[in-house]
Design a binder for this molecule. Structure first.
Ligand code: FES
Length: 98
C-alpha cells in the first residue's frame, strides 16, 4: 500500500510506501523537493508542514521541531510517515528537478 504525496505549489506528486518516510520516497524516485541532510531527524533541513492528511512521525529533534510546531503540523520529512494522502508545504529552499 502507498500514499499520495503532493507539495503545495509544485507539480510533483509521488507515492510513498507504507512505513517509508516521505524523504526516503522522494529520494527513491530521484526527486529533490526538500533539502536532504542527516536523514536522522536531527539537522532540520528537511522540515515541512503538513497542510492536510493523516500521518505519524518518528523521533525528531526538539531543537528543530518544537512541541508547538508539531501541533501546528510541522515535521521533518525524514521522520514523516503518511497514513493516507498528504498535502505538504516545503519550508526549506525549493528545488525542482527537470
Ligand atoms: S535530513 Fe536531517 S532532520 Fe531530516
Amino acid at each position: 500500500m502507498s500514499h499520495r504525496i503532493r507539495f503545495e505549489g509544485l507539480d510533483e506528486v509521488f507515492e510513498c510506501r507504507n512505513n517509508e518516510s516521505v524523504l526516503v520516497a522522494m529520494e527513491r524516485l530521484g526527486l529533490a523537493v526538500v533539502p536532504v541532510g542527516c536523514r536522522g531527524g536531527g539537522c532540520g533541513v528537511c522540515k515541512v508542514r503538513v497542510l492536510d492528511g493523516w500521518y505519524h512521525t518518528g523521533k525528531m529533534s526538539r531543537a528543530q521541531v518544537t512541541e508547538q510546531e508539531e501541533r501546528e503540523g510541522y515535521a521533518l520529512a525524514c521522520r514523516l510517515y503518511p497514513d493516507g494522502p498528504l498535502v505538504l508545504q516545503a519550508i526549506g529552499k525549493l528545488v525542482r528537478v527537470t
